[in-house]
Design a protein around this ligand. Structure first.
Ligand SMILES: [Zn+2]
Ligand SMILES: [Zn+2]
Length: 334
């Protein structure tokens, strides 16, 4: 089968032919329907010089961590699944730590290698995943549901953190309307009564924000942040400038969630934010949240904006992603 694999750190990944993988105990083989491409793949391929210790990446490895497809073959001891059933692959936790017990598998203390980040990923015709990482997709095309596993879930987890505090009359700022932000706008509209204002520097992204239901879409640089009084701010960029922008916009006791991994630095001290305002980062989302999100999508509340590419076009797709030319999320169809 064809697979897009990284052979050496800081060297380009290559599309190569490898044998179809066999699922081991506790694993299943999936016939990949689609795999979403993510900015963290660019970091993995272009910037990392070795594996982050918790991911245990050994090269070569097939790239791709937003996988949707059909159950093809269960490994030894795996029962209770329908062959051909549509699924997506989410983060797997250890199942026995405090965080897993609370359902926060995304914050698992013993999180090891993940599909596409340590285990071979979904930019291939077939992928193998731990059975515990599967989430059923009852009626959607699993290729279209694939971006929900990361872009959708990371944004939905942030939305779920602020949703209990939002009432009629609340306003939420979404900074950065890319693969994650365009879903956050829809998720906020689907489960909260808040007014949503989207900010971006890019005209096309602001158009997309309006298309997917933002009440207002504004150019970041043309807005006087100091006059704002946001109940919550979701920062999908995470640069120093956007966190500073969020701190200026937030009201007392408001919530800022930084999802973007722009590695921005913010000096936290008295008067850096209004009193009582909270600032947190997140990683991914829970399995239960992914099930809820797929339910919202299947009920028509959320539509991922997807640009499809063939597996042969994977290099071009990553180049476009790097140049910021993909609106919404790019999905590779093997
Ligand atoms: Zn990702
Ligand atoms: Zn755990």
């Amino acid at each position: 089968m064809k697979a897009y694999r990284l052979f050496e750190w800081k060297q380009p990944a290559r599309l190569v032919d490898i044998p179809v993988p066999e699922p081991g105990p506790g694993q299943v083989r999936i016939k990949v329907a689609g795999n979403g491409i993510c900015a963290s793949d660019l970091h993995l391929m272009h910037e990392w010089e070795s594996s982050p210790p918790h991911l245990h990446i050994e090269l070569p490895m097939t790239i791709g961590h937003e996988v949707g497809g059909y159950l093809d073959k269960p490994g030894p001891g795996v029962t209770g699944l329908e062959p051909g059933q549509a699924v997506v692959v989410t983060l797997s936790g250890c199942g026995h730590c405090y965080y897993c017990a609370r359902g926060w598998n995304n914050y698992c203390l013993n999180k090891g290698a993940q599909v596409g980040m340590g285990l071979d990923g979904g930019l291939a015709e077939y992928a193998v995943a731990p059975v515990g990482a599967l989430v059923p997709v009852p009626s959607m095309d699993p290729a279209e549901a694939a971006p929900f596993t990361d872009a959708g879930l990371s944004s939905f987890h942030a939305v779920k953190r602020i949703a209990p505090f939002l009432t009629g009359g609340s306003t939420v700022a979404v900074i950065g309307v890319g693969g994650l932000g365009h879903l956050a706008v829809q998720e906020l509209k689907a489960i909260t009564p808040a007014k949503v204002i989207a900010y971006d520097l890019n005209e096309a992204s602001l158009e997309l924000a309006k298309e997917v239901g933002a009440d207002e879409a504004l150019k970041s640089e043309e807005t006087n942040m100091e006059k704002m009084s946001m109940d919550a701010v979701l920062d999908f960029v995470g640069a120093g400038a956007t966190i500073a922008q969020a701190a200026k916009m937030i009201r007392p006791v408001g919530h800022i969630v930084v999802i973007g991994r722009g590695a921005g630095v913010f000096e936290f001290k008295h008067n850096a934010m209004p009193y009582g305002a909270m600032l947190s980062t997140t990683f991914g989302g829970t399995k239960a949240e992914l099930m809820e999100l797929i339910g919202l999508a299947e009920s028509g509340y959320i539509k991922p904006h997807i640009t499809k590419f063939k597996l042969d076009e994977v290099e071009k797709a990553y180049e476009m992603l790097e140049r910021g030319e993909i609106q919404g999320r790019g999905v590779i169809i093997p």
